[in-house]
Design a protein around this ligand. Structure first.
Ligand SMILES: Cc1cc2nc3c(=O)[nH]c(=O)nc-3n(C[C@H](O)[C@H](O)[C@H](O)COP(=O)(O)OP(=O)(O)OC[C@H]3O[C@@H](n4cnc5c(N)ncnc54)[C@H](O)[C@@H]3O)c2cc1C
Length: 334
């Protein structure tokens, strides 16, 4: 496919501006189907698509997109989003910046803190970072061995499991801020709450000019490697017993106060309910799964099944379930 010539939000093109992505060794493709890049294996095309493999490339590409007014969208592991069948207008940046290493305290934290820090680029898989921390005999991230997605997605959404969450060990993160500058941000500035932060965008989202997480510094403690490993193994085994392995969005709905969305959906008799290629998992009712993988289901199937679940649960129990995932891209009004 010949390289795409991006149009910016005003529908204009500046050929000179294309020199920069080429110098960085980046190819901007058009019409790349996004389904394979998501955990649910559904979703339409990206208008423009580029994969970045280093923080330097990420900074240059984002600053270029901002200069030419081409809205961008950060795609990490695609494990907390439902991309529409119409896809995403703008530039989808697929994040494969994956370096992870033990470092001295970063400038943005206590310079004399003797504890070890793990620096992870934002495209590193959170589970991989957790596994590396275990290998290094560091404790504090073992909860993440079973959580899909990247460090960037986890920092934005304050990912967590098994009683741990990002906010507990994050010391600071490097970002491209809303003005396009590279800044170091200490943890308290993220205003973390349950699966939420100042960076987390609303539930329906298109490409834009939002801040980008470049890397994160986790402040950990030294521990006994065998103990840390055994805790991590228990978390993994628990996950394998209780959650489906088929493509999914993870938890579909937020747990309502004092109850569990999965319990309500199961009690409403919806386990196994199906729309098109997707169905309510028979292992865990708060998971909608796509057993056929790429090409077997549409985003519309998922939205219709979610609506059916919401209507049925509200009818039976008077409780309105709130979606946990973000709806991304272009959706028609129905
Ligand atoms: C089977 C399964 C189990 C799950 N279990 C858990 C769990 O136990 N705990 C939990 O917390 N979550 C869980 N999730 C949800 C998901 O794993 C987390 O929300 C994860 O942190 C998302 O990371 P991601 O890289 O996939 O983000 P994506 O889905 O790629 O992106 C999510 C949002 O973050 C933005 N974003 C991504 N990277 C960046 C960046 N570098 N800079 C700025 N914005 C960015 C995206 O634009 C998007 O708006 C689960 C999901 C699945 C499929």
């Amino acid at each position: 496919m010949p390289p795409a010539i991006p149009e910016n939000a005003k529908g204009t093109t500046n050929l000179l501006d294309l020199a920069l992505p080429a110098q960085l060794g980046l190819t901007i493709q058009s019409g790349v189907m996004l389904a394979p890049y998501t955990s649910m294996k559904v979703g339409g095309p990206a208008q423009y698509f580029a994969t970045v493999k280093s923080t330097e490339q990420m900074v240059q590409l984002v600053q270029w997109a901002r200069r030419v007014e081409l809205p961008y969208f950060l795609l990490g592991g695609g494990s907390n989003m439902l991309i529409s069948d119409a896809g995403i207008r703008g530039l989808v940046i697929h994040n494969r910046c994956r370096q992870v290493r033990v470092e001295a305290p970063p400038r943005c934290d206590q310079p004399h803190d003797p504890r070890p820090y793990l620096m992870a680029e934002s495209g590193a898989l959170m589970a991989g970072v957790a596994r590396q921390s275990v290998r290094e005999g560091l404790t504090g991230l073992e909860w993440a061995v079973s959580v899909p997605g990247t460090v960037g997605g986890a920092v934005v959404g304050n990912a967590g499991a098994h009683g741990g969450e990002v906010k507990d060990t994050l010391a600071c993160a490097m970002l491209i801020d809303a003005a396009g500058d590279v800044v170091e941000v200490p943890q308290p500035d993220f205003a973390y709450a349950y699966r939420a932060s100042r960076l987390k965008q609303p539930t329906a989202l298109r490409a834009g000019f939002n801040p980008v997480v470049l890397s994160a510094y986790f402040r950990l403690n030294r521990g006994e490697e065998a103990e840390i490993r055994s805790r991590a193994d228990q978390f993994l085994q628990h996950r394998r017993r209780t959650q489906p392995v088929e493509p999914s969005l993870g938890s579909t709905f937020v747990n309502p106060p004092g109850d569990h969305a999965g319990r309500l959906i199961e009690a409403a008799g919806l386990k196994g309910a199906r729309v098109g290629g997707v169905e309510v998992s028979s292992l865990h009712a708060n998971f909608i799964v796509n057993p056929g993988g790429v090409g077997a289901a549409t985003a519309q199937d998922v939205v219709r099944l979610m609506a059916q679940i919401q209507t049925t649960v509200e009818g039976r129990f008077g409780i309105v379930l709130t979606p946990e995932v973000q709806l991304i891209g272009e959706w028609s009004s129905d």
